[in-house]
Design a protein around this ligand. Structure first.
Ligand code: NAD
Length: 485
């Protein structure tokens, strides 16, 4: 059967719409299966299932909930190769990167399982005698998880694992570009024996499924990763809920005159064209010191021309397709804009083959306020900007609305430390590209990249739990705080 149902209350069920939509292989443009066009009614059914499962799941001790996460991690590991191949077929990224995507899911389920064994609160003295004070963690309730397509397994896992271990029940809506990878993950959650109703999945459009999840008052928390525009819509329409937003980026790599240029060029290439530029942490700007800018540009162009574009399943491919036709059109549109704003150094064309391919593209001598240096293109388009010194580099780096990742290549410790202090971003790398987050460290951005949540690491459970403060008075009399007699 090539038609795939929704997952509600532990059962695979068709949508009430009776309609489906296809998921396309971006390397061929052909359908790999059809998925449910979910409705408001499906969302309501899933909320009901999640509400029913809530009490028992939240009463299950978190070290016991953790056991399910460990099992999910083990099953993902056993199936890693098959899952990665299926991911490349649906999302397009090259196979080794798909393996990395599955590995992040393996790691985060394992890490968050460990959090279930901790789930620490604080204890602190009361200001009164014979009274103690502490905090405990409580689940939020039913949470809506809405995800994009670029990390089709890792991002859902980054949210589902902490949400589960904190005792929430979940309604998960994946991107309509990658519903099969989402289904693969949910099948593994089912195989691990997670009780019915704890994780529910409804596929479908933003209008019919996403909007209902965001606005439904029975959903107590939203965890969203996607574009700034959608994040803004969610903030304005969700009502009073706990909301976590992980949005776009316009990340820069600064290269100082003392840097190892070979190393910097490798890092820029990986940051700009890895995942075909479709990472929130992609390096879409290289900010080069004027003394080395010419040399760096030569190196980058030389190396970029050698990159092999093709189906991500082929071993020799360096750069896979873009996710869909719209993404190719966006890269074409920005290339037209870029030609007016800078010098096209290489690339700039879609491939005349089936599938959604676009050449890795570099613009040089781009000014900081150019649109290609300001707006998130989410394709393989790099702008090189020139600066005179570190202060100017940091000003240019910070002169965008986003603040997710950043990097500096330098062999001068003072330059590195100053950049760490002054760059406005959630992540700064030194002598390494803007990509490569590890699951045991917090991940997130500042400014228009988000609303302050940090996923993964020891901070990852904060988004999915509420803190309850507890006072226990064992004095046997009425004691009043703040010195009131
Ligand atoms: P998108 O905002 O178009 O869609 C993301 C998800 O939200 C999809 O499931 C979509 O169906 C749903 N959606 C869209 N509109 C909605 C609405 N009004 N109500 C409810 N749901 C809605 O983003 P995308 O194109 O899938 O992903 C690319 C974007 O994601 C880029 O901007 C990228 O930077 C960002 N991203 C950020 C991070 C991060 O951690 N900061 C990670 C990956 C991707």
């Amino acid at each position: 059967m090539n038609e795939h149902p929704n997952y509600i209350r532990g059962k695979w069920v068709p949508s009430s719409s009776g309609k489906t939509f296809p998921s396309l292989n971006p390397a061929t443009g052909k359908s790999i299966g059809t998925f449910q066009s979910g409705t408001k009614k499906d969302v309501e059914m899933a909320i009901e299932a999640a509400e029913k499962a809530q009490e028992e799941w939240s009463e299950t001790p978190s070290p016991k909930r953790a056991e399910y996460l460990f099992e999910i991690s083990r099953t993902l590991k056993k199936n890693k190769e098959k899952l990665a191949e299926r991911m490349t077929e649906e999302m397009g990224k090259v196979l080794k990167e798909s393996r990395g995507d599955v590995q992040e899911a393996i790691d985060v389920f394992e890490y968050m399982g460990g959090e279930g064994k901790r789930m620490f609160g604080h204890t602190t003295p009361s200001e009164l005698k014979h009274k103690m004070a502490c905090t405990i963690r409580r689940p939020i309730g039913v949470v809506g998880i809405i995800t994009p397509w670029n990390f089709p397994m890792a991002i859902p896992a980054w949210k589902i694992a902490p949400a589960m271990v904190c005792g929430n029940t979940i309604l998960f809506k994946p991107s309509s570009d990658t519903p099969r990878t989402a289904m693969d993950l949910v099948e593994i959650i089912e195989e691990a024996g997670v009780p019915a109703g704890v994780v529910n999945m409804v596929t479908g459009s933003a209008e019919n499924v996403g909007n209902e999840i965001v606005t439904n008052p029975r959903i107590r928390g939203i965890s969203f990763t996607g574009s700034k525009e959608t994040g803004k819509w969610i903030t304005q329409n969700a009502g009073i809920k706990k909301i976590g937003l992980e949005l776009g980026g316009k990340n820069a790599i600064i290269v100082m005159e003392d840097a190892d240029l070979e190393l910097a060029a490798e890092g820029i290439l990986w940051g700009a064209f890895g995942t075909t530029g479709q990472r929130c942490t992609a390096a879409s700007r290289a900010i080069a010191h004027e003394k080395i800018a010419e040399k760096l540009e030569q190196l980058l162009v030389e190396k970029t021309k050698k990159l092999k574009i093709g189906n991500g399943l082929n071993k020799n491919t360096d750069v896979g397709p873009l996710i869909n036709e719209k993404a190719v059109e966006k890269s074409i549109a920005y290339t037209i804009i870029g030609k007016k704003e800078g010098k096209l150094a290489c690339g700039g064309k879609p491939l005349n083959t089936p599938g959604f391919f676009f050449q890795p593209t570099i613009f040089s001598r781009v000014k900081p306020h150019a649109r290609i240096a300001q707006e998130e293109i989410f394709g393989p388009v790099l702008s090189i900007l020139r600066v005179r010194n570190l202060n100017e580099a940091i000003r240019v780096c910070n002169g965008v609305e986003y603040g997710l990742s950043s990097s500096i290549y330098t062999n001068n410790i003072a330059n590195a430390m100053y950049a760490i202090e002054k760059i406005e971003s959630g992540i700064t790398y030194v002598n390494s590209s803007t990509i490569g987050a590890e699951v045991h460290l917090p991940f997130g951005g500042v400014k228009q990249t988000g609303n302050g949540t940090r996923e993964a690491g020891w901070t990852g459970t904060e988004e999915f739990s509420e803190i309850k403060t507890v006072y226990i008075d064992y004095s046997g009399k009425l004691q009043k705080a703040q010195g009131i007699d």
